[in-house]
Design a protein around this ligand. Structure first.
Ligand code: NAD
Length: 499
């Protein structure tokens, strides 16, 4: 079995803490590698290296930094198949999904090629007699990011690409469940021309995270993961005086109005509810049909589509709809919540509990589930399941449907399916959720917009990628300058052009 490493100062370095966690092949249930779990000393070493390397990188002009990003994009495309295979092997998602994971990260890297434009700052000529005023965006220094298992390529790139394009050094603490792709990305950044020590990967668990949170040299922390950990990291990071942005869990509602194209809505729910086994923070986990007739029509369309879903390992071909979930513990948690739904009185219309795949009996596969007549007090409604389970909550009116989405503690994404422009517009304007789709089930903003949820799905002022990333990873300094030639004797302003 392979022992994975950390990536420090341009080298793969074996873990020295003596602590490891198992990395599974979720399709077979086998342990395929061990991930080293860093000690405080190993984190401190990474910070020391980053702090030594960062000033020179921060002084490199933005255009040259952007060229590293350009080359990195080429290398990502060159190695796309290799990256996707490594990602699927540890995460379990299908190869097309794994390529999508790399691609959505790559698009943010492309956006970061615009760093020279984004970092230009502002200038006011003649703000007063002989006075000019300008602001510049300077790198923070050493920055860090802690990422979840479900997008092991995309989310690290969403963080390290803007951080590094802005002139910072970045320490990545990826998920210990699928750490191989982040290590490969760090190697590729160096092949693209990044100096050693600017992007490092420290693998680990809470011990490494706490060391990052408490290290005085680290200036900012980005986190994506579950809400309880997001709240913890936000609180501890902020109280240590760091700039922190944390993105947490989700329970995304899709409202289906009676006038919606029901086939389109059902297709959308299949992709958004069951794609990637529901392990997406932008997955739709709650369908809210408005009116019983709409609900009946929707369920009727959903059931045959769900029954046709092909669940299997990534090696079984591109027609597999979704793969296993990430660990046995994740599978148990999903099945426990499904059972709670049954116990609390929801109607299990499609029951995937007995799902098993011949030849992969030890894999972490979960069959698709569909619940109807779910009510807001049930655990399956309140909690994030993060599995292939779609709950239907029947609403009597548009206002009731809107109220459901608004009252839920999570506020990551939501969607409405309707042909009525007024209703769609009202929904987009009033709903207290960060990302809204109109006849689009997973409204993930593109790289040049920003990504972020509200309520318990996002903590901090700035979103991920887009213009916000350049604000998050820089500090603004404003300079006011006065030169004597702008003044006449006695201090009166000298308008050269008017004399
Ligand atoms: P997680 O919270 O278990 O882990 C995320 C990271 O935190 C990992 O690097 C992990 O090592 C670390 N961590 C775990 N426990 C910790 C602790 N006690 N102290 C300090 N650090 C700890 O999340 P996950 O299971 O890897 O990912 C799934 C979750 O992420 C879901 O809730 C999903 O909705 C969320 N997510 C949110 C977004 C978003 O943009 N809002 C995107 C992707 C995933």
């Amino acid at each position: 079995m392979q022992d994975l490493s950390h990536y420090l100062n341009g080298e793969h370095v074996a873990g020295t803490s003596g602590r490891f966690s198992d990395v599974y092949n979720p399709a077979t249930g086998e342990v395929q590698a061990r991930c080293p779990l860093a000690s405080v000393e190993e984190v401190n070493q990474a910070v020391e290296i980053a702090a030594a390397a960062q000033p020179a990188w921060g002084a490199v002009n933005p255009q040259r930094r952007a060229r590293v990003m350009m080359k990195f994009v080429d290398l990502l495309n060159r190695d796309m198949d290799k990256l996707a295979e490594a990602l699927s092997r540890e995460h379990g998602k299908t190869l097309p999904d794994a390529k999508g994971d790399v691609q959505r990260g790559l698009e943010v890297v492309e956006y970061c090629i615009g760093a020279p434009q984004m970092l230009k700052g502002e200038f006011t000529d003649s703000a007063g007699p002989g006075i000019d005023m300008y602001s510049m965006r300077q790198p923070l220094g050493v920055t860090a990011g802690i990422t979840p298992f479900n997008f092991p390529a995309m989310i690290p790139m969403w963080m390290f690409a803007p951080a590094i394009a802005c002139g910072n050094a970045f320490i990545l603490k990826p998920s210990e469940r699928d750490p191989s792709v982040p290590l490969m990305l760090a190697e590729l950044m160096e092949e693209a021309g990044l100096p050693k020590g600017i992007l490092q990967v420290v693998n680990g668990d809470k011990e490494a995270v706490d060391a990052i949170l408490d290290h005085p040299v680290i200036q900012s922390i980005g986190f994506v993961g579950s809400t309880p950990i997001a709240e913890y990291i936000y609180g501890r990071g902020c109280s240590n005086g760091k700039r922190v942005q944390c993105f947490g869990g989700a329970k995304n509602h899709m409202i289906v109005m009676p006038d919606a194209d029901m086939d389109q809505a059902a297709d959308a729910l299949i992709g958004a509810g069951y794609g990637a086994a529901g392990e997406r923070c932008m997955a739709i986990s709650v369908a809210v049909p408005v009116g019983d007739e709409t609900a009946d029509r929707l369920i009727e369309k959903l059931v045959p589509r769900i029954e046709k879903l092909k669940v299997g390992p990534y090696t079984a071909g591109d027609d597999v709809d979704y793969g296993p979930v990430v660990t046995a513990a994740a599978k148990e948690n999903i099945l426990r919540l499904v059972q709670s739904g049954v116990d609390q009185g929801a109607e299990l219309v499609v029951d995937g509990r007995d799902f098993s795949l011949q030849g992969y009996e030890d894999g972490f596969f979960v069959g698709p589930h569909l619940f109807d007549r779910v009510t807001p007090d049930m655990d399956i409604y309140r909690k994030e399941i993060f599995g292939p389970v779609l709950s239907t909550v029947r609403a009597g009116s548009y206002e009731e449907a809107l109220g459901l989405a608004m009252d839920h503690e999570y506020g990551n994404g939501t969607a409405i399916f309707t042909r009525d422009g007024d209703t769609a517009r009202d929904f987009a304007a009033r709903v207290n959720i960060g990302m809204v789709g109109i006849n689009v089930p997973i409204p993930v903003p593109l790289a040049y917009h920003t990504f972020g949820g509200w309520k318990k799905s996002g903590f901090g002022d700035l979103n991920q990628h887009g213009p916000d990333a350049f604000k998050f990873y820089t500090r603004t300094k404003t300079v006011t300058s006065r030169w004597p030639s702008g003044l006449k004797e006695g201090g009166e302003f000298h308008f050269k052009a008017m004399d």
